[in-house]
Design a protein around this ligand. Sequence first.
Ligand code: PHE
Length: 357
Amino acid sequence: MSEIDTIETEALNAIECATDLTTLDGVRVAELGKKGRVSGLMKTLGGMDPEERKEMGPRLNALKNRLNDAIEGRKTALEDAELEARLVSEKADLSLPPRPERTGALHPVMQVFEEIEEIFGAMGFAVAEGPDIEDDFHNFTALNFPIGHPAREDHDTFFMAPDKDGERKVLRTHTSPVQIRTMMSQKPPIRVIIPGRVYRNDWDATHTPMFHQVEGLVIDKVTHMGHLKGCLTDFARAFFEVDNVVTRFRPHFFPFTEPSAEMDVQCDRSGGNVKVGEGTDWLEVLGSGMVHPNVLRNVGLDPDEYQGFAFGMGVDRLAMLKYGMPDLRPYFESDVRWLSHYGFKPWLLPSLSGGLS
Ligand code: PHE
């Protein structure tokens, strides 16, 4: 075997056996480095006679290229293996809770917000929002509560300290002021729902000073009371997940709607808890009505041209009914035991096709 063949066999073997990049680089230096064996042979070319050099030159060059290729190939393989090993050792299972004993849960109020948004979203409603701190104009006056009208007192309003102009802002007592904001900033046709926090000075098993509402507003030229009833009956069926829920619209009074109605759903109370869609009892679910002509005038819409309906529902109460929670107060006590019992898996988003709850 010629020296070239010996070097090639040994070098290729050493390259193949190198299990890390440092060893591999050692092989490279020993063969192809300045003082390496192949370089040593290259240096002898100068002393050869022309015939010999003509033969040996290309052979040595070819050897050099083959060794270089083998080193490059091995290097890539080692780097790939190293990356692979790192990916395996650093793999993180993102679905594992960081502290299994403290798995988070979605609060039932948030769950019900998402369910309501899913239902009205499918009907073509967009979501609108407004501020928690409101002025008298949006919370009352524009909604056709006359100054000094007793309906203002019904709301047990929280007033802020007067500002430098003497104006007393309020914590909004309902989401209806966002009706006004929406109509003043958008042109009809309007079809929005408005989820949000509202505040009233009240505290017992079924009332907390902060609670949640979803408002709805439809404004166009053709919508009438029949649409209101159809839309809200469809909502009740989807929300309670009972196809044949019967609804009843009872005349009521709100300053900002005329006519106004409260919607009840058929239910059965005989077994101690409320079963929706059965029995002979009724459960009040929401307030609604056709938007009052004065409200349309207050936002610059002509009531002879535009009309529509509005509704408002208490989300905390709907969550109590749907998920069988008897008391509202623990909603806001941040007790993780309550939350892990009544909460929802945050990644299971409600959907009409996959199921709401
Ligand atoms: N804002 C009313 C309330 O808080 C509910 C409502 C909204 C009624 C829209 C009619 C229309 O009680």
